[in-house]
Design a protein around this ligand. Structure first.
Ligand SMILES: [Zn+2]
Length: 90
């Protein structure tokens, strides 16, 4: 089950890279949206959960144990990529 945030738990944000607030919609993942900055091209989430709400989830160990995580409507996030530690020889 995906967490459904209250409107007060969401915030609209300007581009975190250049600070300009002039995005175009890339993906509508209601209540979240992936938008792209028209000025610098960065794609980012807006609206997103506000800091207080994110901190509440990050402080819950279940968040890191395949619990009630966000964004599971995005298919490729359902199965996170496996990260393999590789030793690189110089
Ligand atoms: Zn930008």
């Amino acid at each position: 089950m995906t967490y459904q945030p209250a409107p007060a738990e969401l915030e609209q944000v300007a581009c975190p890279a250049c600070g300009i607030d002039n995005p175009t919609l890339r993906y509508d993942l209601s209540p979240y949206r992936v938008v792209q900055c028209r000025a610098c091209g960065l794609s980012y989430l807006s609206p997103r959960l506000n800091e207080a709400t994110m901190l509440r989830f990050y402080q819950d160990d279940k968040y890191f144990e395949n619990g009630d995580v966000f964004y599971d409507s995005v298919l490729y996030w359902k199965k996170p990529p496996q990260v393999e530690r590789v030793k690189i020889n110089p």
